[in-house]
Ligand binder design. Structure first.
Ligand SMILES: Nc1nc2c(c(=O)[nH]1)N[C@H]1C(S)=C(S)[C@@H](COP(=O)(O)OP(=O)(O)OC[C@H]3O[C@@H](n4cnc5c(=O)[nH]c(N)nc54)[C@H](O)[C@@H]3O)O[C@H]1N2
Ligand SMILES: Nc1nc2c(c(=O)[nH]1)N[C@H]1C(S)=C(S)[C@@H](COP(=O)(O)OP(=O)(O)OC[C@H]3O[C@@H](n4cnc5c(=O)[nH]c(N)nc54)[C@H](O)[C@@H]3O)O[C@H]1N2
Ligand code: SF4
Ligand SMILES: [Mo]
Length: 724
C-alpha cells in the first residue's frame, strides 16, 4: 500500500563531499518559460534563481519558480504506478504495482473497449501541462494513433479554442498567432488578460511588468478592459470596466468607428487582404451607442479609443482568457485581429507579428479543421479532432453507440477545470475503466483504476516546442535533466511509447519507430529556419554550448510568406464570424444592460490552475479563494465582509466566503478556479488543508460560445444569498 512505500527522497550521505553544480533550465510551469539557474549538491536543491543571461527572460522569475523544487521533493507525488482497491467497507486504498502490470492492464482495457464497443468508446482528455512537457507533445501519438476516437477532449476548449479558430480562418493555421510586439509598441489595447498574474498567455512575455513600464516610459499607452481592476489594470494608463461577455459589442463598435471615420488603413497589408468591405458592412449596425447600452463603456470613449488606436505609430489589440472563455469568444478573437488588420498593425513592428521559432512546428503540423463531426449527445462541433470538454460528462453518462466507457486522462484535472465539474465527478465512477497519466491522486485521478506517474520535471530534459511559437522574441534553449531518474522510472513520453507498443502488438500492427524527444528536436533545429546552412547553424549540440539560450532576434514582418492559406491571402470576411454577428445582435437586442449578477474568474501569481496548492511556499499567507463582491452588491444582497454566501447558478451552487472589493465592477463577482480539494480520497495534504471551493461547480456546461463550442466560464449568470 502507498503508505508503506519506501521514502522517495533519496538521502545523500556524502553531502559534504559532493560538488555544487549549476544547472540551466527553462521553467516549464507557465507560458513565460523563464530561464532559471538551479544549484544542486548531490540530490539536494540549494537554490533556484533567474538566469540573467537568458535572452528572453533576462533574469526574470516569479514566485512559482521555487515550485520546481517543491514538485520534485513533494512526498505526495507518486513515484510508482498505483492501482485502486475498492475495499468492502467502501474505503479506497492504492496499491503499488509494477510498470508491467500497470501498462499491460491499461493496454488491455483500451484494446478490449476498442474491440467490443468500437474506438469511440474510448475517451481521451489531455490537460494543460501536456503542452508544457515536450515529450508529451512529441510522443502522445505513439498511443493515440491507434485510438482515433471522436471522443477526444482537452483543456483547449476551456481556454484558447477561439484563438485557434480565428487563426485558422484568417491565417490558415490554428497555431499562427499574432504576437504583441510590446517592446516596440506605442499603444496597447488589452481585453480580458491579466499578464501581471498570468505572466502572459498566447504571448510568451517574461518580465511583462517591466516591458509595460518601458512602453509607458517611451510615451506609450496601455488601455485595459476588464470587469475587475486587476494588477494589470492598476498599472494601465486607462482601465475600463466592461460588462462580462459584452466585449464583442465594444470590438465591433471600434471596428465600426474605424470604417465610419475613414480610419481603416491596412497599408501594405492591402496587397494580400480581401473582404474588408464586407466586414465594414457587417459591423455597420454595431454603433458605439448601441454597445454602450450593454458594455458600460460610453460611446465617446469607444470612439476615442478607435481614433487613438488608428493614430498610433504601432498599436496592439490583444485579448486573452476573459474574451475567449465567454459566450462570444470566437467572435471576439476574430474582431481583435480585424482591428489589427484594418489599421495595418498586423505584421508591423510594434504591432502584432508572427514568430519564426527555431523548431518550427507550424508548417509541419496539420492546420486544424473545424466542424467535421459533432458530438453525439449535444451536437457540438469538433475542432482539430477534439470535442468541447463541456460535453465530456454527458458523453460518459448517455447510453448508446459511441458512449465513453474507458477514459484516458493525461496531465489534466477536468473535475476542477471544466464547467460543471461536479457532474463530471459524478460521471467518472460510471466508467468501466479509467487510467490517468499524472503524478498526483487528485479530484480527477482519484477515479482512475490505474495511475501512471511520470518522472519529475527535473528528471527529464526540456525543449519548449509549444511556447517559442508565441514568444516576443525568437530565441532557442535546451535544458538537460537536472537529476538522472532512477532505473525504474518512466518519462511521460516513455509511458506513451510503452502503451503504444502494447496496443500495436495486440492489433497486429507495427509500433511507430521510437526516437527520443531530444533527437526529434535536434532534427527540427538542424532543418529549421536557423539550422544547417544558416549563420546560426543551430543543432542540439550548439544549444548545449549555450545553455542560457541563443538569441535569434526580434520578431520580423513575414507576410504574406508566412500565411498558410491556400492563396497566401487573408480573407477577412469569415462567413461563420459574420453570421455570428447576427447572434450577437440578437443577444443584445434590448436597450438596457442585463441585470443579472455575473461570475468571472481570476488568477494569482502564486497559483497555477488546479495543481499548485500542495506546495507550502506557494499557499502560505492570506486565503485567496474568496468571492470578490463590490460593496454595492454586498449591501444589495445583505452580505457581510468575510461572511458566507451561497453562490448559485442554473447548474450548481457552492458556499463561499465573500470579500468586499471596490476593484470589482458592480454586478460582477469573481471566484478563482482550481480550488475544491475537499473531495474524499485526495492525496495532496497541503492542498486539502487549503481546500477552497471549485468555481466550476457553479459554471454551466450548457453555457458556451455556440460558435466554437468553447466553454464560457466567464460571465455566468449567478445569484447570491447570505448564509447565516
Ligand atoms: N472557471 C474556470 N475554469 C477554468 C479556467 C478559468 O479561468 N476559470 N481556466 C481554464 C484553463 S485556461 C485551463 S488551461 C484549464 C486547465 O485545466 P487542466 O489542464 O485540466 O487542469 P490543471 O489544473 O492544469 O491540471 C494539471 C494536471 O496535470 C498534472 N501534471 C502536472 N505536470 C505534469 C506532467 O509533467 N506530466 C503529467 N502527466 N501530468 C502532469 C497535475 O498533477 C494535474 O493533475 O482550466 C480551465 N478551467
Ligand atoms: N499565476 C498563474 N499564471 C497562469 C495560470 C494560473 O492559473 N496562475 N494559468 C495559465 C493559463 S492555463 C492561462 S490560459 C493563462 C491565462 O492568462 P490571462 O488570460 O492573462 O489570465 P487571467 O487572469 O485568466 O485573465 C483573464 C482576465 O479576464 C477578465 N475577464 C473575465 N471575464 C471577462 C470579460 O467578459 N471581458 C473582459 N474584457 N475581461 C474579462 C478577468 O477579470 C481576468 O482579469 O495564464 C497562465 N498563467
Ligand atoms: S513566470 Fe514564473 S512560473 Fe512562469 S515560467 Fe517564469 S518562473 Fe516559471
Ligand atoms: Mo489555459
Amino acid at each position: 500500500m502507498l503508505k508503506n512505500l519506501p521514502s522517495p527522497l533519496r538521502k545523500n550521505n556524502d553531502r559534504e563531499h559532493t560538488m555544487i553544480e549549476t544547472h540551466y533550465r527553462a521553467c516549464h510551469l507557465c507560458e513565460a518559460i523563464c530561464g532559471v539557474l538551479i544549484e544542486t549538491r548531490g540530490e539536494e536543491i540549494l537554490s533556484i534563481k533567474g538566469d540573467p543571461d537568458d535572452p528572453l527572460s533576462r533574469g526574470h522569475i516569479c514566485p512559482k519558480a521555487v515550485a520546481l523544487q517543491d514538485i520534485h521533493e513533494d512526498p505526495d507525488r507518486l513515484r510508482y504506478p498505483v492501482k485502486r482497491i475498492d475495499n468492502d467497507d467502501g474505503s479506497v486504498s492504492w496499491m503499488q504495482i509494477s510498470w508491467d502490470e500497470a501498462l499491460d492492464t491499461t493496454a488491455n482495457a483500451l484494446i478490449k473497449a476498442r474491440n467490443e464497443h468500437g474506438v469511440d468508446s474510448i475517451g481521451v482528455y489531455l490537460g494543460n501541462p501536456s503542452v508544457h512537457n515536450y515529450g508529451m507533445l512529441t510522443h502522445q501519438n505513439h498511443l493515440f494513433r491507434w485510438l482515433r476516437t471522436r471522443n477526444r477532449f482537452s483543456a483547449t476548449s476551456v481556454d484558447q479554442l477561439p484563438h485557434h479558430l480565428a487563426s485558422l480562418w484568417l491565417f490558415g493555421h490554428k497555431s499562427l498567432f499574432p504576437i504583441p510586439d510590446i517592446d516596440r509598441s506605442d499603444y496597447f489595447l488589452m481585453l480580458g488578460a491579466n499578464p501581471l498574474a498570468s505572466n502572459g498567455s498566447i504571448w510568451t512575455v517574461p518580465d511583462v511588468k517591466k516591458r509595460i513600464k518601458d512602453m509607458q516610459a517611451r510615451g506609450g499607452k496601455l488601455v485595459v478592459l476588464d470587469p475587475r481592476r486587476t494588477e494589470t489594470a492598476a498599472l494601465a494608463d486607462e482601465h475600463l470596466f466592461v460588462a462580462p461577455g459584452s466585449d464583442a459589442l465594444f470590438l465591433a463598435a471600434v471596428l465600426h468607428t474605424l470604417f465610419d471615420e475613414g480610419l481603416a488603413e491596412p497599408g501594405r497589408l492591402q496587397d494580400f487582404v480581401t473582404g474588408l468591405d464586407k466586414v465594414a458592412t457587417a459591423v455597420a449596425p454595431f454603433t458605439p451607442e448601441h454597445a454602450a447600452n450593454h458594455t458600460g463603456i460610453d460611446a465617446e470613449t469607444t470612439r476615442r479609443i478607435a481614433r487613438e488606436f488608428a493614430a498610433a505609430d504601432a498599436a496592439i489589440c490583444y485579448g486573452r482568457m476573459g474574451v475567449s472563455t465567454q459566450r462570444f469568444g470566437a467572435l471576439c478573437q476574430w474582431l481583435i485581429q480585424l482591428i489589427n488588420i484594418a489599421t495595418g498593425n498586423l505584421d508591423r513592428e510594434g504591432g502584432s507579428l508572427f514568430t519564426l521559432p527555431a523548431v518550427d512546428q507550424v508548417p509541419r503540423t496539420g492546420p486544424g479543421g473545424f466542424d467535421r463531426h459533432r458530438s453525439r449527445v449535444r451536437n457540438l462541433p469538433e475542432f482539430d479532432r477534439e470535442l468541447p470538454a463541456a460535453a465530456m460528462a454527458e458523453e460518459i453518462t448517455t447510453p448508446g453507440d459511441g458512449q465513453i466507457r474507458v477514459l484516458f486522462t493525461g496531465a489534466g484535472n477536468p473535475v476542477l477545470s471544466t464547467p460543471d465539474g461536479a457532474a463530471l465527478d459524478d460521471a467518472l465512477p460510471q466508467l468501466e475503466f479509467m487510467v490517468s497519466l499524472d503524478p498526483y491522486i487528485n479530484e480527477t485521478t482519484r477515479h482512475a483504476h490505474i495511475i501512471l506517474p511520470p518522472t519529475s520535471p527535473l528528471e527529464h530534459d526540456h525543449y519548449d516546442i509549444a511556447f517559442h511559437i508565441n514568444a516576443v522574441r525568437n530565441t532557442a534553449r535546451y535544458s538537460e535533466a537536472v537529476f538522472a531518474p532512477a532505473a525504474d522510472k518512466l518519462h511521460d513520453w516513455e509511458i506513451f511509447t510503452a502503451l503504444g507498443e502494447r496496443v500495436a502488438l495486440a492489433l497486429g500492427e507495427e509500433a511507430k519507430e521510437n526516437m527520443p524527444p531530444h533527437q526529434l528536436v535536434d532534427i527540427g533545429l538542424q532543418f529549421g529556419p536557423y539550422g544547417k546552412d544558416t549563420e546560426h547553424d543551430l543543432s542540439l549540440d550548439k544549444l548545449r554550448e549555450h545553455p542560457s539560450g541563443v538569441d535569434l532576434g526580434p520578431l520580423k514582418p513575414m507576410l504574406p510568406e508566412r500565411l498558410l492559406t491556400a492563396d497566401k491571402t487573408i480573407a477577412c470576411a469569415t462567413p461563420q464570424a459574420i453570421a455570428d454577428l447576427g447572434r450577437l445582435a440578437q443577444e443584445f437586442s434590448g436597450e438596457d444592460r442585463d441585470a443579472s449578477l455575473r461570475l468571472i474568474g481570476r488568477r494569482h501569481v502564486r497559483s497555477n490552475n488546479s495543481w499548485m496548492h500542495n506546495y507550502h511556499r506557494l499557499v502560505k499567507g492570506k486565503a485567496r479563494d474568496q468571492l470578490l463582491v463590490h460593496p454595492d452588491d454586498m449591501a444589495a444582497h445583505a452580505l457581510t465582509d468575510g461572511g458566507q454566501a451561497l453562490l448559485r447558478s442554473r447548474s450548481g451552487e457552492v458556499t463561499v466566503t465573500v470579500q468586499a472589493s471596490t476593484d470589482m465592477m458592480p454586478g460582477v463577482v469573481s471566484l478563482p478556479h482550481g480550488f475544491g480539494h475537499h473531495r474524499k480520497g485526495i492525496r495532496m495534504d497541503t492542498a486539502v488543508a487549503n481546500a477552497g471551493v471549485s468555481c466550476n461547480d457553479v459554471t454551466d456546461a450548457a453555457y458556451l460560445d455556440e460558435l466554437s463550442g468553447n466553454a464560457a466560464v466567464n460571465g455566468v449568470p449567478v445569484t447570491l444569498s447570505a448564509v447565516q
